[in-house]
Ligand binder design. Structure first.
Ligand SMILES: Nc1ncnc2c1ncn2[C@@H]1O[C@H](COP(=O)(O)OP(=O)(O)O)[C@@H](O)[C@H]1O
Ligand SMILES: [Mg+2]
Length: 586
């Protein structure tokens, strides 16, 4: 077993001397308290170790012990509904045992050793099994069947099966005879190194939409299951609110939410609010499919990095069971800043804005762990990633945003001006894009909702609107012909009536596909009818004065997902009010 002696402390990093048998990326324990660290450089008999806990009070001379394994996470029943810190310590258990602040070196297993799980064994004696074969199933929550997988790398034949009806996670549920007669016990859990991506058979391209109930996302800039997205925005533009909405409503089997380096009270709000929310598909509390990872700003910076890796590794594990997993990381910039700090301490040559040269490859490695994959012959799973980016001053040319852009398929650019005018979500329609449009349009069509044609019109109106607004700024709206002024009104309906969506609204926080379609259709029904009226000589101000004009702006709030019939009423109302004008001017 590797060992070393603490030589000096440099903030979150320590340097050891008399280092023997420690390996790169090996997990270590420091001193009697057993603080958790990871070897990040070895030169001669010195090692640099990043410590995932507060290093104050450590003294030179303290002993460091190698754990003989890379930094790893435990994968097995007990993950769902749990809240972990960056190195997968269960915060709820810790809180019960010793209050809200984790004492340094506090050691408690990630997954409960005492809890018993009923296992439905899925294999027989003599079955050939290999990496990721399903040995059994545990009903972890009413929403998640946890499939017990053969850990990657093991191949063999089942020679013994457990007979108990329930097991603790360290119990052996089956024995596999591997190469050269080697017997391997399969338990309910296994460990996996966080920096190593889990293997699969084949990468597939994302196909289906990951529906989120957010109109500007689903209709305008959608993300696919297995897609990767970034949401950059300056302070207060709505990154966290949007990430929360996605965690609450995204149509995924498993949600992993990483609070990385952001305020603790936001995480507290999640802990308070999520258990009370119901999944719109199942009616169950969303915590039954959610895992939270909290590394808030008051926790050690080094653990920001591990929180990202811990999260993505757990995500891959559920993907391997055949699930669609969605991971949100708020914010990847805090992770990048931690990288910068550690790199500075290591005296590495800085690249752009002081970030290390490997910033880009680390981001690439992270986003590449997203995707839709074939795990086994008949099993497909996906990991969708949504990374928040917090560019200083909202400047999207800074390194984290610009590198991230190269690795993602959907870009939701948050716009300061929109946020200032309280247009939420402040997702810019000029700077955002989605690379999954073609594929998700098939999904909309399959629901009988031809929304992509309407989307095209929406983008045309918004584009024309921004040209016209340039002119209006110079010469005022009065200088425009009525038909062009109508375009401004249509854009107003699109922005206020469709794109804006209050995340805190009881009625509108989550919008069904059909409601999205009918809202957009209503706007164009009004717009096209109004064009006809202008053609007949009806002045625009008469149309603007119609009560339905403002009613359309409020339809998101006023028409619930369950009473879509009200759209028919609104439609008749448009017809009636238009008729009135036709009579007056006909
Ligand atoms: N979709 C939304 N609906 C309603 N309010 C929103 C929405 N998005 C953002 N906000 C408002 O903006 C504020 C700041 O958002 P937040 O997500 O905390 O910003 P960031 O994480 O980018 O700093 C929120 O407290 C909320 O008042
Ligand atoms: Mg935030």
């Amino acid at each position: 077993m590797g060992e070393a002696i603490l030589k000096r402390i440099e903030g979150p990093i320590i340097v050891s001397k008399e280092t023997r048998d420690l390996e790169m990326n090996e997990e270590v324990r420091i001193g009697e308290e057993g603080l958790v660290g990871e070897v990040i450089r070895i030169t001669g008999d010195e090692a640099m170790i990043q410590v995932y806990e507060d290093t104050t009070g450590l003294k030179p001379g303290i002993k460091i012990f190698g754990m003989n394994k890379p930094l790893s996470v435990e994968l097995g029943p007990g993950l769902i509904s749990n809240t972990f810190d960056g190195i997968q310590r269960p915060l709820t258990v810790i809180k019960e045992k010793q209050g809200i602040f984790i004492k340094r070196g506090f050691q408690v297993p990630s997954l409960s050793r005492d809890k018993k799980w009923e296992v439905d064994i899925k294999v027989k004696k003599g079955d050939a099994v290999s990496s990721n074969s399903i040995i059994g199933e545990v009903e972890e929550t009413s929403l998640v069947k946890h499939r017990i997988l053969v850990p990657p790398g093991i191949t063999g034949k089942v020679i013994e099966l457990g007979k108990a009806s329930s097991y603790k996670i360290e119990d052996t549920i089956c024995v596999v005879e591997g190469k050269e007669g080697k017997k391997i016990g399969i338990k309910l859990f296994h460990s996996w190194p966080v920096r190593k991506k889990r293997p699969f058979l084949e990468r597939l391209s994302p196909q289906e939409i990951m529906f989120t109930g957010q109109r500007v996302i689903d209709t305008v800039f959608p993300i696919a299951k297995g897609g990767v997205a970034a949401i950059p925005g300056g302070f207060g533009t709505g990154k966290t609110v949007t990430q929360h909405s996605l965690a609450k409503w995204a149509d995924a089997d498993i949600i992993i939410y990483i609070g990385c380096g952001e305020r603790g009270n936001e995480m507290a709000q999640v802990l308070e609010e999520f258990p009370k929310l119901k999944d719109p598909r199942s009616g169950k509390t969303i915590m039954e499919r959610t895992i939270l990872i909290a590394n808030t700003s008051n926790m050690p910076v080094t653990a920001r990095e591990s929180s990202i890796y811990t999260g993505i590794t757990i995500a891959e594990y559920f993907r391997d069971m055949g699930y669609d997993v969605a991971l949100m990381a708020d914010s990847t910039s805090r992770w990048a800043e931690a990288m910068r700090e550690i790199s500075g301490r290591m005296e590495e040559m800085p690249a752009e804005k002081g970030f290390p040269a490997y910033l880009s490859s680390r981001l690439a490695e992270f986003y590449e762990r997203g995707g839709r994959v074939k795990v086994e012959k008949d099993r497909v799973g996906s990991v969708s990633i949504v990374g928040a980016v917090s560019p200083p001053g909202g400047d999207f040319t800074e390194p984290v945003t610009s590198h991230t852009k190269r690795f993602i398929g959907t870009f939701w650019a948050l716009d300061r001006e929109l946020a200032n005018s309280r247009h939420y979500p402040a997702i810019s329609w000029t700077e955002s894009y989605s690379g999954y449009l073609d594929r998700v349009s098939v999904w909309w069509e399959s629901k009988g909702l031809s929304i992509m044609g309407l989307r095209k019109k929406l983008m045309e109106v918004l584009l024309e609107d921004s040209h016209l607004r340039e002119i209006v700024r110079l010469v005022g709206e009065g200088a425009l012909p009525e038909m062009e002024r109508l375009t401004l009104r249509k854009a107003e309906l699109i922005k206020e009536g469709f794109l804006q969506q209050n995340a805190l609204s009881q009625v509108d926080a989550y919008c069904f596909p059909e409601k999205q379609y009918r809202m957009l259709k209503m706007i164009f029904e009004f717009g096209e009818g109004a064009e006809g009226l202008l053609g007949m000589g009806v002045p625009l101000f008469k149309i603007e004065e119609l009560p339905v004009f403002s009613e359309i702006k409020r339809m998101g709030e006023e028409i619930g997902n369950e009473d879509l019939d009200k759209f028919d009423e609104l439609s008749s109302k448009i017809e009636k009010e238009f008729d009135g004008l036709r009579k007056e001017y006909g």
